[in-house]
Design a protein around this ligand. Structure first.
Ligand code: HAM
Length: 435
């Protein structure tokens, strides 16, 4: 075999795709209910946009960006996340001049050049939402409640919501100074990355995955001792509203997130079942991001979830994204003489919206039955000489092993009715014809 998918990427195979569809549908359904409208932005943007928004000193920009020059010499990068592109589009299309808040959702592939492992890929899919134009704590809660509800609808019962406030440019600097000071005493024992972080981006010290660094930073100062009044009030209001809405949370003073644009609220939904990459989704408030991308001071809050990680966690927790229940009908033709009649039936079933298929490889009747079973068809219609003489077809329920003889028209009516009754799993309406 010559070619393989590039390291850190994955094919979503046809048998997996239906799970993804369920996830996508649930997400879009919730977006509709919560009144978020879709935006689709390019997969690449000017590199500078990500440097300015995600942060020059963040790992995402410094180490993980797929940045390149195009043939015209433009500095571009594959998007490592969705928020920056959405902010760019919000400004470019003057959405700050329309009625606020503007509520937007998006879905698509993101790219980060990181070391691949379970739950971490170089191309991965995110679904995200953003709310622009309100500083209200209820908007933070809207985003968090949406995320909690999304996971609940998928069947997750044991995710933990970690929440923190990362302060604002008024109160954060003095915390960063103290953190720097704390780290200075331990500098030689920290990993090389943290030695740099201590100088350039001390908040990131709390985010290091190295065990020894985590231990060393264990009793570092905590940000809640540094909040200005406005950050304290905002955070306590967010927590109060979460309680009112019965969203349980864990205040994690070390949660800082990997992107530098956050102010105030930061949160993650964590699964304990998929190892190190346990964050299934996260987000927070970014009140200075729009301005730092060249716009007016418009506050924002949002989140994104990682589709691959959700699918992985669902597999680990052993609940499926909807079972692949057999459905639809396979038309098995016993003998060449009925080929044309069979095709007419096939297309008439499809016209009625039924999932319908036929054999393309001249299989025997037995072979066709096997194929129908393997391909997940609930019913098989058999058309052969014996049936033709009686002007009938056989309709076989592959799940129950029951079989009826009836006219094709009756079979069609049955199949259409059956599709409308998802809970109906028997063939009793025509039971007098049961074999
Ligand atoms: P993030 O925490 O960097 O936030 O990514 C959100 C989610 O994307 C993560 O929780 C994870 O599930 C998934 N994810 C991230 N990196 C990878 C990877 N290498 N492989 C697989 N999945 C991954 C953001 O991207 C922010 N833009 C979220 C946001 C929106 N904040 C405000 N608005």
């Amino acid at each position: 075999m010559g070619y393989k998918a590039p390291r850190g990427t994955r094919d979503i195979l046809p048998q997996e795709a239906s799970r993804w569809h369920i996830l996508e549908e649930k997400f879009k359904e919730l977006c509709y209910i919560y009144d978020f409208a879709e935006i689709r932005t390019p997969i690449f943007e000017e590199t500078e946009l990500f440097v300015r928004s995600v942060g020059e000193e963040s790992d995402v920009v410094k180490k993980e960006m797929y940045a390149f020059k195009d043939r015209g010499g433009r500095e571009l990068a594959l998007r490592p996340e969705g928020t920056a592109g959405v902010v760019r589009a919000y400004l470019e299309h003057g959405m700050h001049n329309i009625t606020q808040p503007v509520k937007i959702f998006y879905y698509g592939p993101m790219f980060r050049y990181d070391r691949p492992q379970a739950g971490r890929q170089r191309q991965f899919y995110q679904m995200g939402i953003e709310v622009f134009g309100t500083k209200e704590p209820s908007a933070d809660v809207e985003v968090i409640k949406f995320t909690a509800e999304f996971f609940f609808k998928l069947g997750f019962k044991n995710l933990k919501l970690h929440i923190n406030s990362v302060g604002c440019p008024q109160c954060r600097p003095s915390y960063q100074e103290d953190l720097k000071e704390f780290a200075r005493e331990k500098l030689s024992s920290l990993c090389p990355d943290c030695q740099k972080r201590a100088l350039l981006n001390p908040l990131r010290l709390l985010d290091c995955k190295t065990e020894s660094c985590r231990n060393l930073m264990n009793d570092s100062p905590q940000i809640d001792g540094y909040f200005c009044n406005s950050c304290r009030e905002h955070f306590s209001e967010v927590l109060k509203l979460l309680k009112v809405l019965n969203v349980s949370y864990y205040v994690d003073p070390r949660l800082v997130r990997g992107l530098d644009y956050y102010t105030n609220t930061a949160f993650e939904f964590i699964s304990e079942n998929i190892g190190a990459q346990g964050s299934l989704g996260g987000g927070g408030r970014y009140d200075n991001l729009v301005e730092s991308c060249g716009g007016p001071p418009v506050p924002g809050v949002g989140m994104a979830v990682g589709v691959e990680r959700i699918v992985l966690a669902m597999e680990k927790e052993e609940f499926s994204l909807g079972k692949n229940e057999p459905e639809g009908v396979f038309l098995a033709i016993d003998g060449h003489d009925f080929r044309e009649e069979g095709l007419i039936m096939l297309y008439s079933m499809r016209e009625k919206g039924l999932r319908a298929e036929i054999d393309y490889l001249n299989r025997s009747l037995k072979g066709q039955m096997k194929f129908a079973h393997r391909s997940g068809f609930r019913y098989v219609i058999i058309l052969g000489r014996e049936e033709k003489l009686k002007n009938e077809v056989k309709l076989r329920d592959m799940l129950k092993g029951e079989q009826l003889e009836l006219s094709y028209e009756e079979a069609l009516i049955f199949l259409i009715a059956e599709r409308g009754h998802t809970f109906f799993r028997g063939m009793s309406p025509c039971s007098e014809k049961n074999n």
